[in-house]
Design a protein around this ligand. Sequence first.
Ligand code: ACO
Ligand SMILES: O=CC(=O)O
Ligand code: MG
Length: 529
Amino acid sequence: MATQAAEVKVVGDIRPGYEEILTSDALKFIAELERNFGRRRKELLQNRHKRQQEFDQGKKPDFLPETRHIREGDWTIAPIPEDLKDRRVEITGPVDRKMIINALNSGAKMFMACFEDASSPTWDNMIQGQLNLRDAVNGTITFEDKGKSYQLNDETAVLIVRPRGLHLEEKHVLVDDQPISGSLFDFGLFFYHNAKSLIEKGTGPYFYLPKLESHLEARLWNDVFTFAQKYVGITQGTIKATVLIETILAAFEMDEILYELKEHSAGLNCGRWDYIFSYLKKFRNHPDVILPDRSQVTMTVPFMRAYSLLTIQTCHKRKAPAIGGMAAQIPVKNNPEANEAAFQKVRADKEREAKDGHDGTWVAHPGLVPVAMEVFNKEMKTPNQIETKTLEDLTVTGDDLLEVPEGDITEEGVRMNISVGIQYMASWLHGRGAAPINNLMEDAATAEISRAQLWQWIRHPKGVLADGRKVTVELYEQLKNEEMEKIKQQVGEEAFEKGRFEEAVELFDRLILDDQFVEFLTLPGYEIL
Ligand SMILES: CC(=O)SCCNC(=O)CCNC(=O)[C@H](O)C(C)(C)COP(=O)(O)OP(=O)(O)OC[C@H]1O[C@@H](n2cnc3c(N)ncnc32)[C@H](O)[C@@H]1OP(=O)(O)O
Ligand SMILES: O=CC(=O)O
Ligand SMILES: [Mg+2]
């Protein structure tokens, strides 16, 4: 059904309740956002493209000479609100109704509700997500499932919302006949419906900003915030945003990103999975850059360690929180030994983060909140470590950020990337953007690594297995057929047929076999979602 509002056309189905989100006033606001900022978003995407062309010709990123004065200047971000001072454990998850309640009740300090990596952006997921969040903010959210009733506890986590990245569009809403930006759509609707209620409740409109590649993109977001606050009549600086440093290019512009957002900043976060993906993507045509098996690219390899320490140092110099990232392990059901091993991995990851100086961390599952909480309570006796872990003696150079890690590519690693990547794509096409696969949390960012590695290993002269075999299209095809057969056996013929696996394979093949590297798997995915 097509709905015509004053300045914007909704071409997605309007199910009962959707009209409460897609009100004419809210649509007018998001149309204003698109009209004011849509063109700049597209220009910034063009900039990404131009920079990629330079990297394809062998260039490497460096700290920007034109912003040296910002890096060397003496400034800090605006004071952070009381309820963002202690962020020791943040749970993340999709905007699913039950999970929102579970996450808010989980005992974590913060809940990042995700329209990005953890969500498959079907129209229904996006609008239901907005309805769910509105009900969560109002404290009225409830849910019934299998005889179990869900409602909010008296004490809940502070809500932070992650809108979609700048590259994504929402094709079900057209402004001047063009799809609206997914970022502006998610941000705009959440902000419009909830900013004032959040402020009345003593918190605020808080956001995570994903996949930024430059401080100019942070400037765009800052201008969006300034515009939005003026539009609804709330004090400038009420919005607070934490930027994910999850692209290799953003790592070279951390000071500048904080500076651009300084009235609205709530610090930075190490989005490790997209960061690895970005490293692969940006240098995909560099013959000296290659990554070993995904499982070997941990937070302790030099380039990842350099990046997380630099994030802490940069943030603390600017009095900003530096939040850690996501260990992929989740609880293992019916296997206490494997479960303990998973918990131990998460514990070690959180210990390293807390000891290094992060002010908080992410967990993917309520079962891991106590693990991370225990570690941070032990290692961090103050609400954050901004004043205590300044890492003044640390020096991280551009070369440190770019250092190619050592390690092996194995047949097991190739198989894992194929199997997990295709299973994830099938899940995503089914509308589930985060999935437990082989006892690990998989989402859009982890799947991006899997497909980017396969693309790279096939084309890179050093894409050679530890046993000497070159990774080729033929090897990919052979292992893919074997892995698909295994999945068919596991899930059964019928579930396989219904599971959109064939479309997932088709999509995955396109990502691997096309010489033109696809920028984000969600772009061709969205065409068939
Ligand atoms: C790279 C990045 O961007 S990381 C951030 C983005 N990714 C994410 O946020 C992923 C977050 N995690 C998840 O989505 C989930 O944990 C999954 C999909 C990996 C596994 O979910 P499930 O299969 O439901 O796990 P499981 O069966 O163990 O869940 C047990 C209970 O915990 C709940 N649960 C699990 N994970 C979460 C979560 N992250 N938030 C809230 N509740 C959760 C389930 O809803 C379930 O509740 P119930 O007992 O009331 O039915
Ligand atoms: O968004 C987080 C990441 O690791 O990617
Ligand atoms: Mg990410």
